[in-house]
Design a protein around this ligand. Structure first.
Ligand SMILES: [Fe+2]
Length: 251
């Protein structure tokens, strides 16, 4: 939260529209009304969720209060909130954002392919459509890329917390298997190594704690024209003590 708020304040005016995956905003476990408000205030037009959508009970109410917080489309019928929405960008264009969740190595859900198809068939030709595919398996994410190539503006993978280097454009659809994590640099998916290491080496339970190491930003910047991606660039920004030569953010 600290690093994303600082970073968005620095760069927000460079972009017409910003989407943040916020399902781990509450120290890894879901999102609260307060944290959602802070992300919106920092410049996020839309916040998406994922397998941690309901970790904080108030999120069930929050998704009913605002269209700017989106949960996966392929939850069972009757789930609170919406899986897609159409919004105004700063340049006046309309942008539709949708989220689907994978089923490989994830909780059982409705078919994400049919769920996203239903949203896409309602969209006019040339519409700006951003799809967040929240999934574990790179194989499933690549197949979604094949499924949606040329049918939406961009398909951005989330959930693994490790940014892949395979950004590309598939028949006008910007694609990356995973956008990566914004959070503590030296961590196991954001969590302190000690407890995760203990669990993996002993087989005994131990509660994970969020790592307090310096934060990093992982994101993609996309240039859209007439609903198609013209350019997609990976963003890696971090603390001034970072050792991989990434862009520096002061915080
Ligand atoms: Fe996730």
């Amino acid at each position: 939260m600290k690093v994303v708020r600082r970073y968005l304040r620095q760069v927000r005016d460079d972009y017409d529209f910003v989407v943040v995956n916020g399902e781990n905003a509450a120290a890894g476990r879901g999102i609260t009304r307060k944290l959602f408000g802070q992300l919106r205030e920092a410049g996020a037009d839309v916040v998406t969720l994922g397998n941690h959508s309901w970790d904080q009970a108030e999120a069930l109410k929050l998704v009913e209060e605002t269209p700017h917080l989106i949960r996966p489309l392929n939850y069972p019928p009757g789930t609170p909130g919406l899986g897609s929405g159409t919004f105004s960008a700063r340049n006046g264009e309309r942008v539709t954002v949708a989220q689907v969740m994978g089923r490989v190595l994830m909780q059982p859900l409705d078919d994400p392919f049919r769920a996203i198809d239903r949203v896409l068939t309602e969209q006019p030709i040339g519409a700006n459509i951003l799809v967040d595919f929240h999934a574990e398996a790179t194989s499933e994410k690549k197949v979604m890329g094949y499924h949606l190539a040329g049918r939406c503006s961009a398909l951005i993978g989330t959930h693994t917390h490790v940014q892949t280097a395979d950004q590309t454009i598939l028949s006008g659809t910007g694609y990356i298997t995973d956008v990566g994590m914004t959070g503590p640099q030296n961590s196991s998916v954001g969590m302190n190594f000690d407890e995760v290491h203990y669990r993996l080496t002993s087989g005994l339970p131990k509660r994970f704690r969020p790592s307090s190491s310096p934060g990093e930003i992982r994101a993609v910047a996309i240039v859209l024209q007439e609903g198609k991606t013209r350019a997609i660039r990976r963003i890696q920004a971090g603390h001034k003590n970072n050792d991989i030569g990434q862009e520096v953010i002061e915080y």
